[in-house]
Design a protein around this ligand. Structure first.
Ligand SMILES: [Zn+2]
Length: 374
């Protein structure tokens, strides 16, 4: 079985569809929870699946350093290692080398860097990134690219983008022909339409199974990000999935889908679950606040996740303040459930041609704010 994408409905620029892989279908628009170190923190894989996730993201940079791609391969690949049999997308490692590693050296060949864990020296090139992602057994492989630190001049952004396009061609060559597996190209070009278009043309000439809009969600702000998304997805082929990397907050996700994005990933729902920040239909709730300590009501009475069905705000407040492990488990579950709920509702609204009405209701609910304290 080959990798494929089918667009089932469109409402404005928003698209609903399905990505087909040998490991199962991915309903789009899709939100991918992040399993950085071969685990979505505080969640069992079957629990992640129960929230509605069709696919996970794994981080090449983290996994190559610990436990190592060759070791995961010897142990049967990442799916078996972490007990997640459904599709996995892996990033290329490039972005995290830039954000986490020490003493980086960038050349035409690739990047050498020191591990943030033990200071050991490593090299990532397009060829090595493709090899690592193959050893992991990734279903959707990302091109190795360079993401310039912002703010940057147009000239620096252009040079970085052209290097990424040369690396994209090398990534495609190294990836080879692997039926059932997909390789995605990554558009760069900052906030300059001409550079975005040049990048998209270069990627289309190489030819990929899907296309990511890269270089966003790096601190430019929502307005600038939406500004790029107003035009950039239009440079990409209609019949391939479009992936916005590292996004985002619920309103970022909704705004991206509205502008034609099909896939997203972010650590936000899981990371926030561990810091007591909860996303609900009525905006953000901070469970650590004292207002919850005598409150017998659920986080969200309409939510059917285990945290909302079986526990009170008072209990969730107590276990968070007591630093009990179940606090991270329950709040992460709720957050992931809420993110998947938004995706599911958007897919249905797009199919019904009701995206605009759904979006208005989404923003109205969040503007209401949390329920009044008791
Ligand atoms: Zn819930």
């Amino acid at each position: 079985m080959r990798f494929g994408f089918e667009k089932l409905a469109q409402d404005g620029a928003a698209r609903a569809g399905v990505i087909r892989t040998p490991r199962g279908d991915i309903r789009t628009p899709a939100f991918m929870p992040v399993g950085t170190a071969a685990t979505v923190k505080a969640m069992m894989p079957e629990s992640v699946r129960a929230t509605g996730a069709d696919i996970l993201l794994g981080n090449t940079y983290h996994l190559m350093l610990r436990p190592g791609a060759e070791r995961i391969d010897r142990l049967g690949g990442l799916h078996r290692f972490m007990n997640w049999e459904r599709p996995i997308l892996t990033d290329s490692g490039g972005f995290q080398v830039m954000s986490l590693a020490g003493l980086r050296k960038l050349t035409e060949q690739g990047v050498t860097f020191k591990s943030h864990i033990d200071g050991s020296k490593h090299e990532l090139t397009p060829e090595r990134s493709m090899e690592i992602q193959r050893l992991l057994g990734s279903d959707i492989v990302m091109c190795f690219d360079e993401c310039p630190a912002l703010p940057a001049t147009d000239k620096a952004v252009a040079e970085s983008m052209r290097l990424s396009m040369r690396w994209a061609a090398r990534s495609k060559e190294a990836f080879g022909d692997r039926p059932g597996h997909a390789l995605f190209g990554i558009m760069q070009g900052g906030v300059t339409p001409e550079l975005r278009e040049e990048s998209a043309e270069a990627l289309k000439a190489i030819g990929f199974d899907g296309y990511a809009v890269g270089g966003l969600a790096v601190g430019e702000g929502q307005e600038a990000m939406f500004g790029v998304l107003d035009y950039a997805p239009g440079f990409l082929p209609e019949d391939r999935p479009r992936y916005l990397m590292g996004v985002g907050k619920p309103d970022d996700i909704v705004g991206a889908v509205k502008r034609g994005i099909d896939m997203m990933d972010c650590v936000l729902p899981s990371r926030s679950g561990r810091t007591g920040q909860v996303f609900t239909r009525h905006g953000v709730v901070n469970i650590k606040n004292a207002r919850h300590q005598d409150d017998p009501r659920p986080l969200d009475e309409a939510c059917i996740c285990p945290a909302c069905r079986n526990y009170s705000r008072a209990y969730l407040h107590h276990v968070f303040r007591s630093q009990e492990i179940i606090s991270s488990m329950l709040l992460t579950w709720h957050n992931l459930h809420y993110f998947q709920q938004i995706m599911s509702e958007m897919r249905a609204a797009i199919a019904d041609g009701q995206f605009e009405a759904w979006e208005a209701a989404f923003h109205a609910g969040r503007a209401e704010g949390d329920i009044d304290p008791l």
